[in-house]
Design a protein around this ligand. Structure first.
Ligand SMILES: [Cu+2]
Length: 349
């Protein structure tokens, strides 16, 4: 405690800082706050959290009050003789064994019920989405709708969506803080969960299991929309990409499917050349709100920045690591190449 004795003010100065952190953590109106749930799964998890939280508060307050009381009441006063020496106390030992058992039961019963509720879809024959995680982006396949897309999950409001979770590489974890979470995606395994969005809007998703350099940048958007909007989205996603006629975009397509070798990692439906699966499906890239798995807004400038130096936006990403245009100086993209590619990608509506 010498620190305290010599420099009490230094430590006291840290208190406001600590409060800032604590209060910031409590702010519910945050895109990744689990305290502002909008779906039954996240709501049940939040209810469970409160149940356990208040049980813990009860234990804390009871134990600390007893401790304080005992310390004050039975503290040694000057001149006191040695206290009476005892060994064992059956009644006390039974009480402090039985009480925690009851408390643990109070916590365990709702926990197990919630686990089962979250694992068993109320509508197993409803809509399905297969989510495949990659370092550091997401693939979303809708087998019933015949739609394959990346980095943006569209779901109809108030409908149960059954989700299966897989990974192409390391362990990831699927988490939409306001709607549901978290279930791990484990190599060689397919995990299941269900989600339901009860509010129309755009929600944030985030990988919740450390998976390498750009783990923190492995995000996605969840677009909860009306049934009609969802059906319209499905209809447009099912259309193959339109072949551009505008000369710059056309030049971009030639590069994409030729010297720039983008085709080897990216799929564009409707193209017989672009069938790659190492990177996100780009068929309707322009329809997405964000680029690079939720990192930056999908604007012309950001797309240009992404193609110029993907590593600045997303350290370590596999495109930068493996694409020839970033690794072989002879194949590097010129400014006009990038303009053409941007024009082509912007045409992918
Ligand atoms: Cu991750």
């Amino acid at each position: 405690m010498s620190l305290f004795r010599h420099h009490p003010t230094r430590l006291v100065r840290l208190v406001p800082l600590l409060l800032v952190f604590i209060v910031a953590g409590c702010y519910p109106d945050h895109p990744q706050s689990t305290f502002d749930s909008t779906g039954p799964v996240a709501q049940s998890q939040l209810n469970l959290f409160y149940w356990i939280f208040w049980a813990a508060v009860f234990v804390f307050v009871t134990v600390q009050s007893a401790l304080l009381y005992i310390c004050l009441k039975f503290r040694r006063k000057p001149g006191d003789p040695d206290p009476e020496q005892t060994h064992g106390h059956n009644k006390l030992e039974i009480i402090w064994t039985v009480l925690p058992v009851i408390l643990l039961a109070i916590v365990a019963v709702p926990t197990v019920l919630t686990i089962f509720d979250n694992a068993n879809s109320p509508d197993p024959d409803g809509m399905h989405v297969n989510v495949v995680a990659h370092q550091w982006w997401w693939e979303f396949n809708y087998p019933g709708e015949d739609v394959k897309t990346s980095n943006e999950l569209h779901i109809p409001v108030d409908e149960v969506v059954n989700v299966s979770l897989e990974t192409k590489d390391v362990i990831h974890s699927f988490w939409i803080p306001k709607i549901a979470g978290k279930v791990d995606m484990v190599p060689g395994n397919s995990n299941k969960m269900w989600i339901k969005g009860e509010e129309i809007g755009i929600f944030h998703g985030q990988c919740a299991e450390f998976c390498g350099e750009s783990h923190a940048n492995m995000r996605f958007q969840v677009i909860v929309e009306s049934r009609a909007d969802f059906d319209a989205w499905v209809a447009s996603e099912r259309e193959p990409a339109v072949i551009p006629v505008e000369p710059l975009a056309k030049a971009g397509l030639d590069l994409f499917e030729g010297d720039a070798q983008c085709w080897s990692c990216h799929k564009v439906e409707g193209s017989s050349r672009s069938r790659g699966t190492k990177g996100p499906n780009l068929t309707h890239l322009s329809g997405r709100q964000y680029l690079g798995a939720g990192i930056v807004e999908n604007s012309q400038t950001n797309l240009r920045n992404w193609l110029t130096s993907p590593n600045d936006l997303k350290p370590g990403n596999i495109m930068y690591r493996d694409a020839a245009v970033y690794n072989d100086p002879d194949k590097a993209l010129s400014d006009s190449d990038i303009s053409a590619l941007v024009a082509y990608l912007r045409s992918l509506k």
